[in-house]
Design a protein around this ligand. Structure first.
Ligand code: NAX
Ligand code: K
Length: 514
């Protein structure tokens, strides 16, 4: 399992290594520097062949210490290396000071901010940002922001930008840029970020991937941590997806509630996704006025008339209907009518879109009706309507590092709602009420910009519902559906519209050995 760490968890892993005698700080710093050098040589093969040039910006902490190791290792390979230090050598922590001094036997250290910014002095090379890593506590002030700006102004075309551990200015826990006292939010924009031991949350959340460029994680010989608060990175389905034998009723019966005439498309998309992901049967619950419209559009899906809460309650007397989906295209009035009846039935239930927004005036009424079998799938706007206080903590500027993150807020939301909450986005965060949290980030090699299309969210709700109909618990259903959703988008590629997602699933499932 791949986990994402906070800055504190990374420090704990380091301290555990010191306490057990497994490594010293200087050893870890050496391995970190080696990790950066091998990652950059791997990323840009030409640099491994011919010695190149490096400009290395070192900060006042151990991130700066890594910078001095990198300087030494590259100079030994014959590179022309120029090193700059922010602050005084006397103020460096011991391991960083050791590596500063070792570097000083090989080359000089100029001060930051620059008197005159360095020129590229060659067609290619590497700018290394070793200013701040997990120890960033405040935003980059005008001094450091000015250094980054003046480097940008030099162009450095053909040069690569490498961030050590994190792009300076970016918060390790949240992926947000920390805002300085003067209101600026500067950060180093990297082509490659090389982190150590395990990726940090900030590499995947929020603006993280945008500033990291690409991400490599170097092994520095620390033991894997196993604490319950760890956040997992979803990179595969959370369970085998193959269908065992049996009758269609053995694979569950999902019910997707549709909106009225002219508004049934979203529910039909969700229903088709539920069927494609393997629910044995899927029925659309449709108001009378929309029955003709729906009937003209469906084949394998079934349809039942559901006008009011009583119809739904009556239908749910059939225990074989084991998973519900309400929200896509449902309409606010119909949501207020049907959601309480659906929740009272105690079935596995996905609430999305209108089923969430309809309760923005009285979220507590919704929370008191929810149960652990529910999954809420808000996008940012719906999350803000249900959890305005939590959302506000994310939307304001982050003044201190580490800053509050999407994971913190979705965890708080899941605890408040008493059920699984999935906050959609390129960095989807899923949290269970017991504090378990997972991130699925459609970034780096999994970037799927084509997924930003009308109806994609309806399909996701349907996938979760379909998996829950198959008996998967909400926590694993939410993670697996998110993974499949992105896999389907990647499989289809450019030109994707929501209808394509369920149709791409057979190939995706086959590829996963289902
Ligand atoms: N924790 C670990 O296991 C390891 C850490 N290593 C490196 O050590 C780094 C963490 O080192 P540190 O904890 O010393 O932290 P940093 O080097 O990230 O920065 C801390 C220093 O910067 C100052 N500072 C923070 N924000 C500032 C701002 N906006 N403007 C000016 N000064 C600011 C702090 O007061 C402190 O002096 C990691 O990112 C990584 O690069 C590696 O050497 C290997 C192992
Ligand atoms: K850095």
């Amino acid at each position: 399992m791949t986990v994402l760490l906070t800055a504190r968890q990374m420090r704990d892993a380091e301290q555990a290594a010191f306490a057990s005698g497994a490594a010293t700080g200087a050893e870890l710093m050496e391995r970190a520097g080696e990790g950066v050098v091998s990652a950059l040589l791997n990323s840009w093969g030409e640099l491994a062949v011919v010695p190149s040039r490096a400009i290395i910006l070192c900060g006042p902490g151990n991130n700066g210490g890594d910078g001095f190791v990198i300087a030494r290792l590259l100079a030994r390979r014959g590179w022309a290396v120029r090193v700059f230090l922010l602050g005084q050598a006397d103020g460096l922590p011991p391991d960083a000071r050791l590596n500063h001094d070792r570097w000083c036997t090989m080359g000089d250290v100029r001060r930051l901010p620059f008197d005159t910014p360095p020129q590229p002095e060659g067609p290619s090379g590497v700018v290394v940002d070793a200013l701040f890593g997990t120890g960033l506590t405040r935003g980059l002030g005008p001094e450091v922001a000015g250094v980054l700006e003046s480097l940008e102004a030099q162009g450095f075309e053909g040069w690569y930008r490498v961030a050590v551990d994190l792009p300076s200015g970016l918060c390790a826990d949240s992926g947000r840029r920390i805002t300085a006292e003067d209101g600026t939010t500067a950060a180093f924009r990297a082509d490659l970020t090389v982190s150590f031991h395990a990726a940090k949350l900030g590499h995947y959340l929020d603006e993280g991937a945008e500033f990291c460029g690409a991400l490599a994680v170097a092994d520095i010989g620390l033991s894997p941590e196993a604490t319950p608060e760890l956040v997992r990175l979803v990179q595969a389905p959370a369970l085998p997806l193959g269908k065992r034998g049996g009758h269609k009723f053995d694979h569950g019966h999902a019910l997707v509630l549709s909106g009225g005439f002219g508004r049934t498309g979203a529910a039909r998309l969700a229903a088709r996704a539920a069927l494609r992901v393997g629910a044995g049967l899927v029925t659309l619950g449709v108001p009378g006025a929309a029955q003709m419209e729906v009937a003209a559009q469906i084949t394998a899906l079934m349809m039942r008339r559901i006008e009011a809460a009583d119809d739904l309650a009556q239908m749910l007397e059939d225990r074989r209907l084991n998973a519900l989906c309400l929200g896509p295209g449902l309409g606010a009035d119909r949501a207020r009518e049907l959601v309480p009846a659906a929740l009272a039935a105690g079935r596995a239930t996905v609430l999305d879109a209108d089923a969430l927004s309809a309760f923005s005036d009285a979220p507590d009424a919704l929370f008191s009706a929810l149960h652990p079998g529910c999954v809420l799938t808000p996008h940012g706007g719906e999350f803000a309507r249900l959890f305005p206080d939590l959302s506000a903590r994310l939307s304001g500027p982050a003044r201190r590092g580490p800053a509050v993150s999407r994971v913190d807020m979705v965890r708080a939301a899941a605890a408040r709602a008493g059920c699984t909450v999935l906050l959609k986005g390129p960095d989807t965060v899923i949290a269970a009420p017991d504090g378990d949290a997972a991130v699925h980030a459609a970034v780096y090699e999994r970037a799927t910009p084509w997924l930003a299309t009308a109806g994609a969210g309806d399909v996701l709700a349907g996938l979760i519902c379909g998996l829950m109909a198959r008996g998967v618990d909400p926590w694993r259903a939410a993670q697996t559906a998110t993974f499949l959703h992105v896999e389907a988008a990647r499989h289809h590629g450019p030109g994707l519209i929501a209808e394509d997602l369920p149709e791409a699933l057979p190939a995706v499932l086959r590829g996963l050995g289902a």
